[in-house]
Design a protein around this ligand. Structure first.
Ligand code: ADP
Ligand code: MG
Length: 395
């Protein structure tokens, strides 16, 4: 079912509550990366350009005790937002109360206000994180309509997403709309052939994704550390490579269930230890006892490139090797290149480390969509309903 978007709302003169993701890294009071604030600008600008009063909610880090509040105020974020919007932004150091209500009542059309960190409500009974119904109702009472643009928390039912949305007409902001369109679209109605590339460290992190995509994708290419649990299931030697012995049976089952659909690496870049300067060797199939597999090899890059030919939808989750060390980043680079060269394909990255890898390796603009939500994109790829998405009004 299609969700309402911010463009479907009547905004003029309205108090528009917007849940954004301002969970930015802050060190000694300084924001060290403002990408998430920049990413929220299109929705905020749309609201204020259409005469809405923008009242912004976000969490910042985790807050369990009074002491945790230290360094977790959204005040520096409001200051940075003001610079980026080139207009005043008011900040209220409260998540509820008279000061907040007064500040909102004094807003003019086009004004912007930032409410204090929603997780400050977690100190006394986890009201935000447990979606306390009174809190959601209270926040909703502060506005006329609600826009959710925080995909990163969409896999959680919190007061600032599900709680408010249950009490007001709601819509998706631009970021959220893009995530629903691309990740939701790929999983629910992919253009075929649909190829999934799965990697990362562990099978156990990705069981849900593999099981869902086995049903939906035409092919699944497996790389990264999870390769060796599958190798083990095939009776191969894996040397010192990471392996989850309790997942070998599951790997066997998956290989049987998806005969021909799952494609495993044919060669591995191996080293005696986890070290960028370690001497490397390439081994096909079996890995010697004294070595560990740290990246897919050149023949596998070639194989995966061939398997990707003609794909119309590609979902990539999980690096092909230990990309953090340049010696073992070639497989991930090779797969990025193969995806970048596809014509007419919708190409999507879900997963925090995969997104970081693509950005770090210089492929950020080569994908149709890089998801901003690590955990949320993973759950979406698992085929789960995300409460933050579900709670947005349908068109
Ligand atoms: P994502 O965040 O994109 O879902 P994961 O968290 O599952 O990805 O996996 C990322 C991690 O997997 C990286 O830190 C990478 O170093 C690690 N990794 C990839 N290949 C291997 C390997 N062969 N051995 C050990 N770790 C690996
Ligand atoms: Mg990760």
């Amino acid at each position: 079912m299609a969700k309402r978007t911010v463009e479907d709302l009547e905004l003029n003169g309205k108090k528009v509550l917007i849940r954004v993701d301002f969970n930015v890294p802050i060190k000694d009071g300084e924001i060290t990366n403002d990408n998430r604030i920049i990413a929220a600008l299109p929705t905020i600008n749309y609201v204020i350009e259409h005469g809405g009063k923008a009242i912004l909610f976000s969490h910042l880090g985790r807050v369990k005790t009074e002491e945790d509040k230290e360094g977790k105020s959204l005040q520096p974020v409001a200051a940075r937002l003001s610079e980026l919007l080139d207009k005043p932004v008011s900040f209220v150091p409260q998540t509820r109360g008279a000061e907040l209500e007064k500040a909102i009542s004094e807003m003019k059309d086009g004004d912007v206000l930032v409410v204090e960190n929603t997780r400050f409500e977690d100190i006394d009974g986890k009201k935000e994180s447990k979606n306390d119904p009174e809190l959601g109702k209270y926040w909703a009472s502060l506005g006329d309509v609600y826009v959710n643009d925080a995909f990163g928390t969409a896999h959680r039912a919190h007061a600032s997403n599900v709680g408010i949305a249950s009490n007001l007409p709601s819509a998706a902001g631009y970021l959220m709309e893009k995530e629903i369109k691309f990740i939701g679209g790929a999983v629910d109605e992919p253009k075929r052939p649909f190829v999934a590339i799965l990697g990362g460290a562990k099978v156990s992190d990705k069981i849900g994704v593999i099981e869902n995509l086995i049903e939906k994708a035409d092919k699944i290419l497996i790389g990264g550390g999870m390769t060796y649990t599958f190798y083990k299931a095939q009776g191969k030697n894996i040397g010192k490579s990471i392996c989850e012995p309790d997942k070998v049976d599951l790997a066997k089952e998956l290989l049987e269930k998806a005969a021909g659909k799952i494609i495993l690496p044919v060669d591995t870049v191996c080293a005696p230890d986890f070290d960028n300067d370690a001497p490397t060797e390439i081994h096909e199939n079996n890995i010697p006892d004294n070595l560990e597999g740290l990246d897919i090899g050149p023949k596998t890059i070639e194989l995966f490139t061939k398997e990707l030919q003609g794909a119309k939808t590609v979902v990539w989750n999980g690096p092909m090797g230990v990309f953090e060390l340049p010696t073992f980043a070639k497989g991930t680079i090779g797969v990025c290149e193969a995806i970048a060269n596809l014509k007419d394909a919708t190409t999507i990255i879900g997963g925090g480390d995969s997104a970081a890898a693509a950005i770090q390796l210089g492929f950020a603009d080569k994908f149709t969509h890089i998801s901003t939500g690590g955990g949320a994109s993973l759950e979406y790829l698992e085929g789960k309903k995300l409460p933050g998405v579900e709670s947005i009004s349908d068109k």
